[in-house]
Design a protein around this ligand. Structure first.
Ligand code: F6P
Length: 334
């Protein structure tokens, strides 16, 4: 039996723990299994590039950020029918029986498409997917993406560093956060670091209110801006600066983008455990004959929440999906 592992979309901490868990669980549970890593994510399925993985190939990678298999963006899968066909043909040519994959919303769609095409050809292969993305925008009601908690931790560190300098200089920092159109990462980063304000992607921002808030504060103010918000950090800074200048405010403004740093670094303990557990559950499911499923990443020991690809694919998460209680804990609502 040949099992393929693919990590797709934007990298995130926990992907390596997932690769390690799938490889080791498969080899431990079935001696005659071959485990293959798809190189560079979905681009590797187009190019047909894979390498066989053994236990020692996955040694020492549990907490390591990024993905040892690589992940290149492959927009051509979304855009070109020919590429989608190529993926399925390469899959069959490689002789994979089970495909255990993780990634963000684009990868979920690609896995769903591969699954549909295989079924249309009468091929009963096993296509399993779980979400791994700092955006937490895939079927978040079924669990939390691998990588999300690590990205919050990274953001917390950066927000604390920014507070030191902001407070020393009596400055306002307009801080960019990744997270695409899902507000999960900026909102959770804001909550956990006590940021004074979080601008959500679709918010009608009341800039006067933000200026009042800045003026009411003695020293530092940190405003997190969600990636999906249509104005750039510089545009927001210019709006606020103009108002503060008119008020002869003592507060200066600077901008900084947490961006790619949020994706890097060591995986959090939660993500290492979650990735290990979900990887193991997916291997068990593949060996038990599970045909195709999306796995919600739940806590170690708990039965994963399994749903079909059709159920998992739905409009991407927005701040509306964030539990109301989280929003109520934020100063943003005042
Ligand atoms: O998918 C995760 C993510 O980090 C998003 O938050 C961000 O919009 C995007 O990836 C950036 O992608 P790229 O690495 O292709 O610039």
């Amino acid at each position: 039996m040949k099992v393929a592992i693919l990590t797709g979309g934007g990298d995130c901490p926990g992907m390596n723990a997932f690769i390690r868990s799938v490889t080791r669980s498969a080899i431990n549970l079935k001696k005659e299994v071959e485990v293959w890593g798809v190189l560079d994510g979905w681009a590797g399925m187009i190019a047909g590039s894979y390498r066989q993985l053994d236990v020692l190939d996955t040694a020492g990678i549990s907490r390591l950020g990024g993905t040892i298999l690589g992940t290149l963006r492959a927009p051509e899968i979304k855009e070109q029918e020919e590429m989608r066909e190529r993926v399925v043909n390469n899959f069959l040519e490689a002789g994979f029986d089970a495909f255990i994959s993780c990634g963000g919303s684009g990868s979920l769609r690609a896995a769903h498409d591969l699954n549909r095409r295989l079924r249309a050809k009468g091929e009963e292969r096993q296509i399993l997917f779980t979400s791994a993305s700092i955006d937490n925008d895939v079927a978040n009601t079924y669990g939390t993406s691998i990588g999300f908690y690590s990205a919050i931790e990274r953001s917390m560190e950066m927000m604390e560093w920014i507070r030191d300098t902001a407070s020393a200089h009596r400055r306002v920092y307009v801080v960019g956060s990744m997270g695409r159109n899902s507000a999960y990462l900026p909102v959770y980063a804001g909550l956990t670091t006590g940021a004074e304000y979080v601008i959500r992607p679709d918010e009608q921002v009341d800039y006067d209110r933000i200026v009042d808030m800045i003026e009411a504060r003695d020293r530092d103010t940190r405003i997190i801006v969600s990636e999906g918000y249509p104005r750039t950090l510089d545009e927001i800074t210019a709006i606020l600066s103009t108002s503060l200048e008119k008020l002869h405010s003592a507060h200066e403004i600077r901008t900084v983008d947490m961006g790619y740093f949020q994706r890097g670094g060591m995986a959090s303990v939660t993500d290492v455990l979650r990735a290990n557990w979900i990887g193991h559950c997916m291997v068990q499911a593949a060996f038990a004959g599970e045909k195709s499923s999306f796995f919600g990443a739940f806590h170690i020991g708990a039965t994963p929440n399994k749903v079909t690809f059709e159920e998992a694919i739905r409009p991407e998460a927005t701040h509306e999906d964030i539990p109301r209680a989280i929003m109520e804990m934020m100063i943003t609502l005042r």
